[in-house]
Design a protein around this ligand. Structure first.
Ligand code: PAN
Ligand code: ZN
Length: 186
């Protein structure tokens, strides 16, 4: 019997996913400006807001195949608004996802199909089930990196347009060290 080395390695507590088959991407401030209420600030365009690492095997169009991912969110604010991911619904609303917090503090923000928003608190060790019908966005509310692992079907897809057309109704700010939730009623 052949005993093979693992193809990827994850330093769960202190690091990221490495290995030749790991895909990585960086979200720079210049590409994230539209996520925020007011992006007019001193942050340079090339500031890294978050990094995404992912790994999968097989045909991504094949039902049942999985992505394994990690999102690393920097502890930066934009005019006091906490760092957020772009946020999305899955294209296939039947595809759920699991998030698990590996480091830091944050909120997992959900929005249902009636625009109702709520959040779950994240800290090292919390595990979160994301129903396929819910939009989801990470918020780094802490003073350190927020690192969140994820596992989801490769067939899920990302529907960003739906969130851009109909954004989350809440925004999370850090004012004098306090987390402040601002809701938009429209
Ligand atoms: C995650 C997200 C990741 C980045 O892997 O894609 O946290 O967030 P945005 O895609 O909203 O920028 C996931 O939820 N995949 O389905
Ligand atoms: Zn997702």
């Amino acid at each position: 019997m052949e005993i093979k080395e693992a193809k990827i390695f994850q330093d769960y507590l202190n690091g990221v996913i490495t290995g030749s088959e790991t895909e990585t991407s960086k979200k720079l401030f210049k590409d994230a400006r539209s996520f925020y209420e007011n992006s007019d600030c001193d942050l340079s365009d090339d500031t890294v807001m978050y990094e995404v690492y992912s790994y999968s095997q097989g045909d991504p169009k094949q039902t049942g195949n999985l992505n394994w991912g990690l999102t690393v969110m920097k502890p930066v604010t934009v005019n006091q608004e906490c760092n957020i991911t772009r946020g999305h619904f899955h294209e296939d609303l039947n595809c759920a996802e699991i998030y698990f917090c590996l480091h830091g503090e944050g909120l997992l923000l959900f929005m249902d199909e009636n625009d109702h928003c709520y959040a779950e608190k994240m800290k090292t060790g919390t595990v979160h089930h994301i129903d396929g019908h819910l939009a989801h966005r990470l918020v780094n509310t802490g003073d350190e990196e927020l690192r969140v692992g994820a596992c989801w079907p490769t067939t899920a897809g990302h529907d960003y347009a739906r969130i851009e057309k109909n954004p989350f109704k809440v925004r999370i700010f850090k004012e004098n060290g306090n987390i402040v939730v601002k809701e938009r009623h429209s």
